[in-house]
Write a protein that binds this ligand. Sequence first.
Ligand code: IMP
Length: 459
Amino acid sequence: MPPTTATPPDPNVNTALPQMKPGHAAVVGLQWGDEGKGKVVDLFTRHFDVVARYNGGANAGHSVEVGDKRYALHLIPSGILHAEKLNVLGNGVVVDPEQVVKEITGLREQGLTIGDNFLISERAHVVLPYHKAQDQLQEAAYVVPNALDQSVEGIGTTGRGIGPCYADKALRSTAVRVADLLDFDALQHQLHRIVPIKNATLAALAHYAGEEFTPFEVDALLAWLTPLADQLTPHIADTGALLHERIDAGQRVLFEGANATLLDIDHGTYPYVTSSNCSSLGVHPGTGVAGHHVPNVIGIVKAYQTRVGGGPMPTELHDEVGDRIREVGREFGTTTGRPRRCGWLDLVALKYTARISGATGLAIMLLDVLAGLYELKVCTAYEIDGKTTERFPATPGALGKAKPKLETLPGFAEPVDTARRWDELPEHARGYLGFIEGFVGVPVVMASVGPRRDQTIVR
Ligand code: IMP
């Protein structure tokens, strides 16, 4: 039976790909996440043969609306909504087996076929329940008051075990990889080594944080994991080799980033970041495909700024404009439901992330959310300790002190959600997009004016 696609093609949807070089492309968020990458990947997928995720885990959340259906995905690439595309979780992803099986089941219930169109790298790492416990205890331990600090902000993680799983990957002796799920005896031996170490670590953390902790038992873990591993086994593959075979055969690969460039472990707003290279720099270690293969990087940008979790955000608004953006933009986390912090578009940060990720085009999302605002502001410089700078600082201390220099642009009163061509956008909306591309030095190649597939303008 051929794989079932989400819906038949919609003649109202602009299926054109923005102008780009031949070959492969990456889609990457250029802010603090939730920019709408899922929608762009979904629209681009028809032009590609393979969609490959290279980083992150179930901390990410994509929601894609197709007709009257809404698909909420955390791990499985949104390319799965298209028939006959191969969807890959690369070696750089941390895989929560329970979450993947849940998504497979949910998508099947919504009528999709998930078979050999979905593959997981045998080199990817496995998120286990003790990673989630460690994530939560680590956060609780960090905010315990001490002699110098009576209150301190935690990282504000999603609690999905992402950091501890990547930490075990780096530690090696306590790591479990997807390939290990294929050999039950070896896995059993491995868990008998790992679980006592984890219990000792977690007990100490729990004691320090004053939290309850029930030790993990190997037999219970194996009983939980075995049926999940059985369901995942047909999907486990050497995805690096497969990607190269597809590339050699002339097929086109779309690399899908999770999280976003300001959350990149090396280049983001450390320590308020996630634990992987979520900028486009992560494509290569996270899939085994070298840099020269990917000449196109589409940077996904909200028309304003949002952030979930801790860390400074210079353009954050604590007023009715911020509340309005949150309400109109439905700015509540897909993964945790937390309200997102909202503010004006930060062009200092955007220019920095566009360069780090090597963006060749920008897709500006959620433009419709700004419709009706009398004036729009964008941050074009920071003032830090009395000095004006366009450089993005490395430390939370400096970013926390940054006062945004805001430039005011005229707003657009007219709704934009019915615009389907660039010239159908109000003059001031085009002016806003033009200002962004002029400042960042990267062309705006797409604008999204609503959540549906057809509410997209390809320039
Ligand atoms: P972690 O990835 O769960 O460790 O969370 C680290 C930080 O990254 C927290 O501030 C999270 O809110 C943030 N974060 C992680 N993934 C995403 C995402 O996909 N969108 C927005 N924020 C994210």
